[in-house]
Design a protein around this ligand. Sequence first.
Ligand code: IPE
Ligand code: IPE
Ligand code: MG
Ligand code: MG
Ligand code: MG
Length: 269
Amino acid sequence: MSFPERLASCASSVEAYLAERLAGGTTELDAALRYAAKGGKRLRAFLVMEGAALFDVPREQSVIAGAAIEALHAYSLVHDDLPCMDDDPLRRGQPTVHVKWDEATAVLVGDALQTLAFELLADPTCHADPAVRIDLVASLAQAAGRRGMVLGQAQDIAAETAATPLDLPSISTLQANKTGALIVWAAEAGGRLGGADIAPLTTYAMALGRAFQIADDILDVEGDAAKAGKRLQKDADAGKATFVSLLGLDGAKAEAKALVDAAEAALAP
Ligand code: IPE
Ligand code: IPE
Ligand code: MG
Ligand code: MG
Ligand code: MG
């Protein structure tokens, strides 16, 4: 199978699993939750499921951890789009939750998606061994929280009003927290589920996560808004330092290519 086929296969399994877990509720919150949990590339679930497959973890288990990271990620996007953060009207080609419903609903949908992630990881169907489940729960809490994604979001917001644009080391730290931490968790999760050494997956994912954020910054400059399904040109409009503003478009592309090569090399073992 090609990469797009494998990605689509993981995406449809995760889509179905989340739809099943969220089915049935009849409140507006339930409807908004189902809406926010849908769609996206499902790259993080792909990393979980393909990582797990390296260690022969059954797909019925890895899809649950894949759904957990996608629920956590979806929460981060719903909150990221709020007026008090990036104030974005469009996500995954659809109106954002606060536009379609209201801000209170968007805050609560994010809260519920976050707790759903931990509910899924704590479920015995995710892994029979409670020690593995605790390891997944604790590591995701660390990746997502005040030393990980949440810190990166705070650094990102602070950068918007900083007196001078951030330099490359500061942008790199911000990225490693904002997007890197969840991508690293996703790549490591398969190793955790399979009881394997996660170190090569960590090295792989740190390079991949940085390449991913550079690609997102490039997309913001020269992407197709219809294909991206979100507003673009917003980093430049906000006067934000990004990998593109610091390295130039060609420099950013060269750096992304070098990082992908490094990520691939890390998987050799
Ligand atoms: C978007 O993430 C936000 C960033 C972390 C850059 P994705 O590009 O993975 O978004 P979806 O899940 O495919 O919509
Ligand atoms: C979002 O980063 C990162 C998280 C939600 C953790 P961005 O603000 O750059 O993502 P987009 O461009 O809105 O997708
Ligand atoms: Mg943001
Ligand atoms: Mg945003
Ligand atoms: Mg962006």
